[in-house]
Design a binder for this molecule. Structure first.
Ligand code: PEP
Length: 250
C-alpha cells in the first residue's frame, strides 16, 4: 500500500503578522506544483492573516492546539468553533511542548482529539518518548500508551482524518535527529499498535510523520524509510530556504 507524504510546518510561537504573511506567500510560491501534501500551523493570532494566503493552494491551514471544550468560561483558551470560523482544517494535538511544558495528559489530549474529530477537523496526534524513557528502554511502551489513550473512543470511520507524528522529545529543537533506522523502528511499532486497534488495512493507510530536528540535509534519508510518511517540522519550517527543500525532498 503506498501512502502519500505529508509535510507539516509548526511555526510554534514565532512570527508577527507581517512576517507570517511574507513566509506564507513565499511558501505558496515555493510549493506550487509540489507533489506531496503540505500544512502550515501558525500561532493563533496569525491564522487570520495566513488563511487567505493559503486558501485554494496546496497548503492546508493548521492550528497548534485547541481547547478540550467546545466553548465556555475558559479564559485564555481557543475553541474549535473559533478555529473552524477562521478556516482551520487541521489541529496539532499532544505536541511534546503541550505534554511536558503545559502538563497535558493523555486524558485531556483524548478529549481534544474527539472534539476536533466531531467538528470535522483533521488532526495530527503527536507521540514520543523523553530521553530518560528511551534510555530506560521504554520508547515503544510510551508511544503505545500515548497512541492508545489518545485514540480511545475514536471510531474507525474517523481514522482517515487522523495523522500520527512520532516526535522523540529529545530530538525536538535540539539539533539531534533520530537515525532513520531508529525512527522507522518506532513508526513500525506504532503502525502495529494501530493494526491491533483498527486492523491491518487501517494501519497500512495511517500516515505517520517523523518530527525532531528535520532539516534539508536529513529529510530524504528519513523519508526513504518504509514507515516514515512525512515530517512535522518546527525550527526549519520558519524559513522558506529550509522548509521548501524539506517539503520537496527527493
Ligand atoms: C516540532 O516542533 O514539532 C519539531 C519537531 O521541532 P524541530 O523541528 O525544531 O525539532
Amino acid at each position: 500500500m503506498s501512502r502519500s507524504y505529508y509535510i507539516a510546518g509548526n511555526w510554534k510561537m514565532y512570527k508577527t503578522r507581517p512576517e507570517a504573511a511574507d513566509l506564507a506567500k513565499a511558501l505558496v510560491a515555493g510549493l506550487r506544483g509540489g507533489k506531496h501534501k503540505y500544512l502550515v500551523a501558525p500561532g493563533f493570532t496569525l491564522i487570520e492573516t495566513v488563511a487567505p494566503i493559503v486558501k485554494g493552494t496546496n497548503i492546508r491551514l493548521g492550528a497548534q492546539n485547541c481547547a478540550a471544550e467546545e466553548q465556555g468560561a475558559h479564559t485564555g483558551e481557543v475553541s474549535v468553533l473559533q478555529l473552524k470560523d477562521l478556516g482551520v482544517e487541521t489541529i496539532i494535538l499532544g505536541h511534546s511542548e503541550r505534554r511536558h511544558v503545559y502538563k497535558e495528559d493523555d486524558a485531556l489530549i483524548n478529549k481534544k482529539v474527539k472534539l476536533a474529530l466531531q467538528h470535522g477537523f483533521e488532526l495530527i496526534l503527536c507521540v514520543g518518548e523523553t530521553l530518560d524513557e528511551r534510555e530506560a528502554g521504554r520508547a515503544e511502551a510510551v508511544c503505545e500508551t500515548q497512541t492508545v489513550e489518545g485514540l480511545k473512543g475514536v471510531a474507525a470511520g474517523d481514522l482517515n482524518r487522523v495523522v500520527i507524528a512520532y516526535e522523540p522529545v529529545w530530538a525536538i529543537g535540539t539539533g539531534k535527529t533520530a537515525t532513520p533506522e531508529d525512527a522507522d523502528t518506532i513508526h513500525a511499532y506504532v503502525r502495529q499498535v494501530i493494526a491491533k486497534l483498527y486492523g491491518q488495512g487501517a494501519a497500512e493507510k495511517m500516515i505517520i510523520q517523523y518530527g525532531g530536528s528535520v532539516k534539508p540535509e536529513n529529510a530524504a534519508q528519513l523519508m526513504a524509510k518504509e514507515n516514515i510518511d512525512g515530517a512535522l517540522v518546527g525550527g526549519a519550517s520558519l524559513k522558506t530556504e529550509t522548509f521548501v527543500p524539506i517539503a520537496q525532498f527527493g
